[in-house]
Design a protein around this ligand. Structure first.
Ligand code: CTP
Length: 403
């Protein structure tokens, strides 16, 4: 259940901070991505290097460190995580959370997190039972903050009582339970069509005109929709990538084949994502026999292919349509123009010339452009993560339009 989940772990300054190293290790072993944020006091108990090594991610300790990415870190981190967990959660962080104080990275990021927040309180028995703490706990409970523990037992100060942080094993189990119960099936019953890969336009029985698209982005999108319960059809140009489980695949080769398979299925779809790199032109003549070389210059005559996305934009009724734009210059301006021209509801734009972006790579750097003119820039991330973010955005937009 934790596979691929993104978890923000806030570590505050309690003696139990050393146990959080085990939490990270257990979460990682179960396939989760963990982003650790430490308060200044926490760094007195455990060093950030320990968490960095165990989580294999940068550790956030201050609002004013040299940024690890170019974007506003506490906001982008908050937007990307599936849950946040504060363990150990001292009386101090609980008080800050209850009153909305944002005076360091952790308290600030927690104000921006929209996903569920779990806390594992850890403090001395007297502090735990103090009316101020109890009042804060009540406030947090009303706000749907989820509590894990604390438990009763021996405390670092030598006393026995309430306020001991739950064991890492139990904390991880609680998170697993949460994901089991709330297995996000937000696209359950929705029909989604995704196109992927680069079309091939044959010249003769052995040659074609193609492009560098690997299909990775489209396949990742099909997987991300399937993960949240959608009924996914993947119309794919030839690709080496394994078809994600639960996804129905329709193999095509040329732009015209893609056009007819997509158009035929369009009326019953709820969402269409056009990640494929469709050839804009095809040879006028497709030779039936292999073309022999003559040693002379060869001129090929090409005719335009139908633009599938444009056609969908003209025919759309209830469908939500997402286009892609791979650009080599002015990606945002070109992307916006393309989205309007093709009447898409959203466009994913990337500058394929950037390192870590574009064709064949496992990562990409994209911006989401929306029909209302707004945009969201994502930092470099894996294509699967981008795909999951895309699914989240579409789910949000669709739930807003229903309200
Ligand atoms: N697309 C399509 N049919 C085509 C060409 C493109 O459906 N014949 C779709 C792509 O799947 C993508 C979007 O249109 O979602 C943008 O593709 P892109 O190649 O960036 O745009 P073009 O319209 O071809 O514009 P240009 O090549 O001039 O940048």
């Amino acid at each position: 259940m934790l596979e691929g989940k993104r978890i923000l772990l806030g570590v505050t300054g309690g003696i139990a901070a050393y146990k959080s190293v085990e939490i990270v290790s257990r979460l990682r072993k179960k396939g989760a991505e963990v982003y650790v944020v430490m308060t200044k006091s926490a760094t007195e108990f455990v060093t950030p290097i320990t968490f960095r090594s165990i989580s294999a991610n940068p550790v956030y300790t201050s609002m004013f460190d040299e940024p690890k990415t170019w974007n506003i870190e506490h906001i982008s981190l908050a937007e990307q995580v599936d849950v946040a967990l504060v363990a150990p959660a001292t009386a101090n962080i609980l008080a800050k959370m209850a009153t909305g104080i944002a005076d360091d990275f952790l308290s600030t990021v927690l104000l921006a997190v929209k996903s569920p927040i779990f806390v594992a309180p850890a403090m001395n028995d007297a502090m735990y039972h103090h009316p101020a703490t109890q009042k804060n706990l009540g406030t947090l409970q009303e706000r749907d903050i989820r509590f894990i523990g604390p438990t009763k037992g021996f405390q670092a100060c030598g006393t026995e009582g309430d306020g001991r942080m739950s064991e890492p094993l139990d904390i991880v189990e609680e998170l697993e339970n949460y994901f089991t119960q709330h297995k996000t099936r937000e696209m359950s019953g929705k029909k989604v069509l995704v196109t992927a890969g680069g079309t091939r336009e044959p010249l003769d029985p052995v040659r074609y005109i193609g492009n560098f698209s690997s299909g990775k982005m489209g396949y990742a999108i099909a997987q991300a929709f399937a993960e949240v319960g959608a009924q996914v059809t993947l119309v794919s140009a030839p690709s080496e990538i394994a078809v994600p489980s639960g996804v129905e695949v329709v193999q095509i080769s040329t732009a015209e084949e893609m056009y007819s398979e997509v158009l035929q299925r369009f009326p019953e779809q709820d969402i269409v994502v056009k990640a494929a790199a469709v050839a804009d032109y095809r040879p006028v003549v497709r030779e039936t026999q292999k073309m022999k070389k003559s040693g002379q210059r060869l001129q090929l005559e090409l005719v335009p292919n139908p633009d599938i996305l444009t056609t969908l934009g003209q025919k759309k009724q209830h469908q939500f349509i997402v286009g892609f734009a791979a650009e080599t210059q002015n990606p945002l301006d070109n992307g916006l123009e393309k989205m309007k021209r093709k009447n898409s509801d959203m466009l994913v734009v990337n500058d394929v010339t950037l390192p870590g972006a574009g064709f064949g790579t496992d990562t990409n750097i994209v911006s989401f452009l929306f029909a209302n003119g707004s945009r969201r820039d994502l930092p470099k991330m894996s294509k699967l993560e981008i795909a999951r973010q895309l699914v989240k955005e579409i789910a949000n937009l669709r739930s807003k339009t229903k309200e």
